[in-house]
Design a protein around this ligand. Structure first.
Ligand SMILES: [Zn+2]
Ligand SMILES: [Zn+2]
Length: 373
């Protein structure tokens, strides 16, 4: 089952503004909320639009989605659908606007602002050349992401006090009217926004946001044998979390540039080696460049185009599957297109000697038989 395009889910086009995204989500959430809509597919539909909104309403995630589609949020790059984690996404504001603050969400979501929240995951593409991928490499990468504010150490301010409004609990009890009547409910404390703390002075660096965008330098160790399309997960090195939540992860997506001579099949390396006709006919010794250096190979007389030699253990030493690949040399006999007068004479002379072998003789007999009919 192909996953539905997020823009399609919300019924908007790719150029939609954030207001259009919000308004479309509200309309659809109101229509498909399982407490309102009793049709059997309402819940699925509701989840679908929730997920689409969680991605498209966030500038960073939207950008990632535009670039990489659903792959941007799957962990292994495989087809594991529905593993996008929007549990940390705070829908409470928007649902309060739609339904009033106590429509099935308030008790859990009212405290969500103070909940420890993991930072978002970040996807980064990096390009390696053939040998960097074959041998692995240590690389410094610079990535711009939200990091804990160093000035206030992620608190958002200086001079911490317990919130006088909620007495540090982060929530206050209020009487709420909803579609189902009136009852008492807990809502987020408006003064401290659920943190239970207030500050004498808001941090001037992050303006109380606790995190700031920074260029972060990360030393990455890329294992040998990494291949085109592989993803590396740098656990906990991504965007800083909020309220003590863990950092997000960074995913590195690897692109390996093609090599001029080597071709790779899993951990095996293929190398095409051109031979002159005399090398092919008479046999020779030839220097063969492996990724580990030159080796001398004896090429037997009578070598044909397409003949293959396996050189054991000269493929890629793959750290992630502990496999050592082989190298395959494939010969390509180059028939000259132009010959000098002298060369022509020699070849003609050669032709007059008996060059035919059993296979050619067999074929000639077959042609003669057809000719006689
Ligand atoms: Zn408070
Ligand atoms: Zn700060």
């Amino acid at each position: 089952m192909a996953k539905k395009d997020y823009y399609e889910s919300l019924g908007i086009n790719k150029t939609a503004t954030s207001d259009e995204i919000k308004s479309s989500f509200r309309k659809l959430a109101k229509k498909y909320h399982p407490d309102v809509n009793k049709s059997p597919d309402a819940e699925t539909k509701f989840k679908e639009i929730q997920e689409a909104y969680a991605v498209l309403s966030d500038e960073n995630r939207r950008h990632q989605y535009d670039q990489y589609g659903h792959d941007a949020f799957t962990n292994s790059g495989g087809n594991n659908y529905g593993d996008f984690d929007f549990s940390s996404f705070d829908f409470s504001d928007i649902f309060e606007n739609i339904f009033g603050s106590n429509f099935g969400f308030s008790s859990s979501s009212s405290s969500s602002r103070r909940r420890a929240t993991q930072g978002n995951d970040t996807l980064l593409k990096i390009t390696l050349d053939f040998e960097e991928a074959a041998f692995g490499i240590k690389k410094d990468i610079i990535i711009n992401l939200l990091d804990t504010c160093g000035e206030c150490h992620g608190h958002g301010g200086h001079g911490e006090n317990t919130c006088t409004e909620c007495r540090g609990s982060g929530s206050i009890s209020t009487e709420q009217r909803s579609l189902f009547g009136t009852f008492l409910t807990k809502t987020t404390c408006p003064k401290c926004e659920g943190t239970g703390k207030t500050y004498n002075k808001i941090c001037s660096i992050c303006n109380g946001r606790k995190r700031i965008k920074k260029d972060k330098k990360i030393n990455v160790s890329i294992p040998s044998g990494i291949n085109n399309g592989d993803r590396l997960r740098l656990s906990g090195q991504g965007e800083a979390g909020l309220n003590g939540g863990p950092n997000g992860n960074i995913y590195l997506e690897i692109k390996v540039l093609p090599h001029e001579f080597y071709e790779r099949d899993n951990d095996d390396i293929y190398l095409e080696v051109p031979l002159t006709i005399t090398e092919a006919i008479l046999g020779t010794k030839k220097n063969i460049p492996t990724i580990y250096g030159i080796i001398k190979l004896t090429i037997p007389s009578g070598t044909n185009s397409g003949d293959k030699v396996r050189i054991k253990g000269k493929g890629i030493n793959n750290e992630s599957d502990y496999n050592l690949g082989d190298m395959y040399v494939i010969f390509n006999v180059k028939i000259p297109k132009k010959l000098s007068k002298e060369q022509k004479k020699i070849i003609d002379h050669l032709n007059k000697t008996n060059l035919e072998d059993s296979e050619i003789n067999k074929f000639n007999r077959f042609t003669d038989k057809k000719n006689k009919k």
